[in-house]
Design a protein around this ligand. Structure first.
Ligand code: GDG
Length: 466
């Protein structure tokens, strides 16, 4: 079997005590559980004189961690990846910045990753590159002469080609994508958009789900990011009895809980969600003193102005809602910026009567899946889900779907969820669980790696055939 080499901006080393609040690490960690190979990426350290990657081994996996220079990292990560690509790919053109020096830093860091990674690669290795921070990595490896199989997976949405075209470097990024052997995306919608873009702007010739470019075939497909459904459900069933969860429960005083958990990110639609909750309290006054909304939103990318603005907007909205509705013995809203441990997340999700997942755009959204998996099958809560989350393709049958811009309808959906009879809750929950049992983090991982194996075999680059 070929060795699998995973490359992502951040690497999750199992012994690390840091609480991770990010979907890429969650899906990869769950998918990787029984795998062996190498995981390569940034160490989290910035230094003036970065050396080669430091390798540590835990069980069957090795982790190669690379330090970066502070100025390079700022341009690559905050400047281009999160100042240009993240807003653009989430359809937020008004928030997008373009600075050519940031793009140059992005290319330079990708080149540096490739130069350090190639020193660790062996003949027959398969490389799996993750996400928008590393789009050009495959092309950089090819420039250095790497001929093995390289796959790329995009965790965020792939927007319509007309939107990508706004980026001055769109053609170069399209060409960079065409250096891969396999490209995976989250949803059918992303897949169509990507094929269309690479055909129209990348100059590739389309043959079904394959692309042909400069004598090279690029396979593409939909691989929905997923969770360890059964494992997460078991964890939630245990966590519900833990001290942390019992303490939250007793603080609610028998009131119903509406819960949102996500990184503090403008893609997640939090200001509109707060506005919808305010509308619920104003428009359905029977709920006054009977409900509490808890929003957990660990701070993310706080170095960027857009994220600082979001944070102060939410602090104002929290104050406004409390000022408008709170009583001496009841506060309708709790807003927490600290991350909580994963086990506790699962218990909180099980405790909630309503899960609020209302992003303006989201590649998949694992929290939606985690909320469903965490529920008590005999008395499940209800998911209020944005139609702009990738998870909607699987959970659209059982969740209450909303357009987060429609504040009144979202407030009505919250009301409907809080009032829903048990039979309907069970029926909707079962409809959500079906796809989540069939497609898990493990199936996601296996499907992508299996496709890489097939491609390697066809290229004759498996070790036995090398
Ligand atoms: C990207 C794409 C795609 C959140 N708060 C805490 C915490 N979390 C965990 C959640 C979940 C993960 O972080 C977030 O995953 P999402 O998928 O919801 O969102 P992104 O971070 O934006 O992930 C996304 C994903 O990649 C996978 O492909 O679905 O569309 O944007 O697991 O539970 N975990 C802990 N404490 C917190 O406070 N421990």
């Amino acid at each position: 079997m070929a060795r699998l080499v995973i490359v992502s901006n951040r690497v999750s080393v199992p012994s690390s005590r840091r609480v991770e609040a990010g979907g890429l690490t969650v899906v990869l960690r769950d998918g990787l559980r029984r795998a062996e190979g190498l995981w390569f990426g940034w160490s989290g350290e910035l230094t003036d004189h970065p050396g080669p990657a430091k390798v540590t081994t835990r069980g069957k996996m090795s982790y190669a961690l690379l330090d970066l220079k502070s100025a390079d990292y700022r341009g690559y990560y905050f400047g281009f990846a999160n100042g240009s690509l993240w807003p653009l790919f989430h359809y937020r053109l008004g928030l997008m910045e373009w600075k050519s020096e940031h793009y140059r830093a992005y290319r330079a860091v990708n080149r540096h990753f490739a130069e350090e990674l190639i020193k660790l690669l062996r003949p027959g290795d398969q490389v799996w590159v993750h996400d928008y921070q590393l789009i050009p990595l495959g092309e950089e490896l090819r420039k250095l002469g790497y001929k093995g199989t390289i796959g790329f997976y995009l965790h965020i949405p792939f927007p319509s080609g007309d939107v990508v075209e706004v980026l001055p470097a769109h053609a170069e990024l399209g060409k960079a994508l065409l250096a891969y052997d396999l490209i995976g995306v989250q949803t059918d919608r992303d897949h169509h958009a990507m094929l269309d873009f690479l055909e129209r702007w990348g100059g590739a010739k389309r043959e079904g789900a394959d692309l042909r470019y400069a004598g090279h075939v690029i396979r593409t497909g939909v691989y929905r990011a997923a969770i360890d459904t059964v494992g997460f459900g078991k964890e939630a069933a245990t966590a519900i009895g833990s001290q942390d969860v019992r303490s939250l429960e007793s603080s609610l005083g028998g009131r119903m809980l509406l819960l949102g958990i996500e990184r503090l990110d403008y893609s997640k639609g939090l200001p509109l969600r707060f506005a919808a909750y305010e509308q619920l309290l104003a428009g359905h006054q029977d709920w006054l003193r009977k409900v509490i909304m808890l929003q957990i939103a660990p701070v993310s990318r706080g170095e960027l102005a857009q994220y600082r603005t979001l944070r102060s907007d939410l602090e104002r909205a929290t104050g406004r809602i409390a000022g408008r509705f709170a009583a001496p013995d009841w506060n309708p809203i709790r807003y927490v910026n600290q991350p909580v441990p994963r086990k506790v997340v699962s218990g909180y999700l099980r405790l909630a009567q309503v899960g609020l997942v209302t992003p303006l755009r989201d590649g998949m959204n694992l929290v939606a899946k985690e909320f469903v998996a965490a529920q008590d099958p005999d008395d499940p809560g209800v998911l209020v889900l944005s139609r702009f989350a990738g998870a909607c393709e699987e959970l659209g049958e059982g969740a209450l779907l909303v357009n987060p811009l429609d504040i009144e309808r979202t407030a009505d959906a919250m009301h409907e969820a809080l009032s829903m009879p048990k039979d309907e809750r069970i029926d909707r929950w079962q409809r959500c669980m079906e796809p989540l049992r069939a497609w898990t983090a493990r199936t996601w991982y296996d499907a992508f790696v299996h496709r890489l194996d097939e491609i390697s075999a066809a290229k004759g680059s498996l070790p036995s055939a090398a």
